[in-house]
Write a new protein. Structure first.
Length: 145
């Protein structure tokens, strides 16, 4: 964890108050010794209650709303792209694209995404009013707020 935090450009703001904001170091019935639920794995049923630790700080609208102009900046017009990515045949966890602790990229975006045994580059490029990614799982896609 020290290496990740030292070598990352972006640190999750929750870490300013220490690990115990999210974790119970002496034991928990939740994955990763978390205070609240967060699913293990990359492909998980995307139920709001499965990500309870996130909603202690973040608004769940960024996860639930199909259309919004305020709940998230990861949208194409008013289409909530977090919602698009979490639904469908292969429901995805946040950790497919985000590192919840620290990252070399804005918005805690990972450099690579696990896809089975492969690690595919995400190739995220932020722009003033949106951005793009060009991972191995789909062609380059751009979005604009």
């Amino acid at each position: 964890m020290d290496k990740l935090l030292t070598n990352s450009k972006v640190i999750h703001p929750a870490l300013e108050d220490g690990c115990i904001v999210c974790h119970q170091p002496h034991g928990s019935s939740n994955n990763y010794l978390l205070k609240s639920t967060f699913p293990a794995g990359n492909y998980v049923p995307s139920k709001k209650e499965s990500f309870a630790v996130c909603w202690e700080c973040h608004d769940s609208d960024l996860f639930e709303l199909e259309k919004t102009t305020t709940a998230t900046n990861f949208r194409n017009g008013d289409v909530n792209l977090h919602n698009v990515h979490r639904k469908g045949k292969n429901e995805r966890s946040c950790i497919m694209c985000h590192n919840v602790h620290a990252s070399p990229n804005e918005h805690l975006i990972e450099d690579k995404v696990k896809f089975g045994e492969w690690e595919l580059p995400i190739r995220y490029t932020p722009r003033e009013n949106g951005g793009s990614c060009f991972p191995g799982c789909h062609a380059e896609k751009s979005y604009s707020r």
